[in-house]
Ligand binder design. Structure first.
Ligand code: BTN
Length: 250
């Protein structure tokens, strides 16, 4: 198996880097800190059971493996913030555009989605053992399918072409650095930074809960990861309780 110094496993094609990483964790053949990168995924997965489609060799498909026994599972939003901020750190190396985190962990640039994160966990009893942090970042892709109308890529933003593997190594380091910071200090709290970079903060948006679409203003995300909004009253939403409909244009 080819390992680079950055502990990156590089695959030509795989169903999903998250599946591959999870299998290695389950059979005990991987250490914390490694990541799996694939040039192509045949069954890439996104959040909410959606497929994650990506043109082969154009984009980053990366799964970072982290042992998590040091963090109570009740604090899992801490890892979600670390992963999101690792991605914003990564993008800020290549562009001066404003990089935002759409709750809970989509990466948005210029109102379009440039990346997404799918974290999958191994929990035994009450103990959080491992996390697989699956990250899809659009790098050189220029044409997106109709259903991905709001997607963008680093190339669309800067006009440049990139070495996808070099950037995957960089992203891997950015994410590891944030996780190390989280694990090395009991005081670290990424919440302020996360909220400073929150997409549509203090803006009116349309959300959908069940069949009801409503307008509300995004205020912040709480320490446990709930989205806090305000209209006639303050509202709090858990992951996957609501769907995003769109911004309310001024
Ligand atoms: C989302 O926005 O819905 C999350 C997308 C996560 C995609 C990445 S690509 C690498 C890893 N392998 C997968 O199958 N999914 C994640």
């Amino acid at each position: 198996m080819p390992f680079t110094p950055a502990k990156l496993i590089i695959l030509e094609t795989v169903d999903s880097t998250n599946n591959y990483a999870m299998a290695m964790v389950q059979n005990g053949s991987i250490e914390s800190g490694y990541a799996v990168f694939a040039k192509e995924q045949t069954a890439g997965r996104g959040r909410r059971g959606k497929a994650w489609k990506s043109t082969p060799s154009k984009n980053i498909m990366l799964s970072v493996i982290a042992e998590m026994q040091w963090l109570p599972i009740q604090q899992q939003f801490g890892l979600s913030m670390a992963a999101s901020l690792g991605c914003t750190d990564f993008f800020s190396i290549y562009t001066k555009e404003s990089i935002k985190i759409k709750w809970p962990n989509d990466i948005f640039i210029n109102d379009r989605k440039a990346g997404g994160i799918l974290i999958e966990n191994v929990i035994k009893g009450k103990l959080w053992q491992w996390a697989i942090i699956g990250i899809g970042i659009n790098i050189n892709q220029e044409n997106f399918q109709q259903e991905e109308f709001n997607a963008t890529s680093l190339k669309e933003i800067t006009g440049k072409n990139y070495s996808v593997i070099e950037l995957a190594e960089q992203l891997h380091l950015c994410v590891l650095k944030r996780i190390e910071t989280l694990s090395s200090s009991a005081d670290v709290n990424f919440l302020c930074e996360y909220n400073e970079n929150l997409y549509c903060r203090n803006e009116l948006v349309k959300l959908k809960k069940g069949n009801i679409v409503f307008e509300t203003m995004i205020k912040e995300v709480s320490g446990s990861g709930e989205l806090v909004t305000k209209d006639a009253m303050e509202r709090r939403f858990e992951f996957d309780e609501i769907q995003w409909v769109g911004k309310v244009e001024k």
